[in-house]
Write a protein that binds this ligand. Sequence first.
Ligand code: APR
Length: 247
Amino acid sequence: MNVNQQTVISDELCERFRRARRVFVLTGAGVSAESGVPTFRGGGQTAAWKGMPFDKISSAGMLERNLPEVWEWFNYRRDVIEKIEPNAAHHAIARWQQRFPDFTLVTQNVDGLHEAAGSKDVIELHGNIWRARCISCGAKYNLRDKERAAARDFTCAECGNYLRPDVVLFGEMLPVGALDRAVVKAKSAELCFVVGTSALVYPAAGFPEIAKAVGAYIVEINPEPTPLSDLCDEVIQGKAGEILPLF
Ligand code: APR
């Protein structure tokens, strides 16, 4: 389908985009789909590892029972993502950061592709697959550090305890700082984009509701309808990598 601006973006949205100063963007796995990162849901199947559903292998319970298995899953995901480039959607969002005086990007993704596309100060609700942290002293390590990643050395240099992926696992709380910052920004947004999320996981799916409550104009970009679609002022059914560059 030939996607052009006239066909998908209303005059109202064009005007609001032109005038906006405070813009809030929430992204999910769908924004990385065109880069080749499998989504968790959507398209009918859910991701699995060695026959284990992703929400089992990526859980606090699994971390307690079998940390090496959790690392194997996250090493596999990092190896996959390492070969992947950000797509046109990531690049468009990075450009928006330069355009709007008050721009907030909140992502549920742990793939680091927004940063790879040049986005700064991204609010990472669910952590980042390129970081590890000590389960005891909390010291953080950059896994883009080839030596450490290659050595698969997951012990803390500070206290000698085990490192774990610095990712929010199922059954775990979100990093408080990230959550608070996102709520504050959602409460002052004029224009809110919801891109590539099934809007099934809270508190992330709650931010557009917070923005709506303060009068923000809500735009969803997703090939499929979601539980948030009815709340939105505009729903653009399409792929993020095709739609976002049109703005
Ligand atoms: N462009 C835009 N949206 C897309 C695209 C695309 N090219 N391809 C798929 N989508 C949409 C799907 O229709 C679906 O609604 O992206 C959404 C992906 O949904 P999920 O897989 O549920 O991902 P997400 O919403 O990010 O999941 C939230 O749940 O599994 C946990 O911690 C994990 O962060 C994740 C959270």
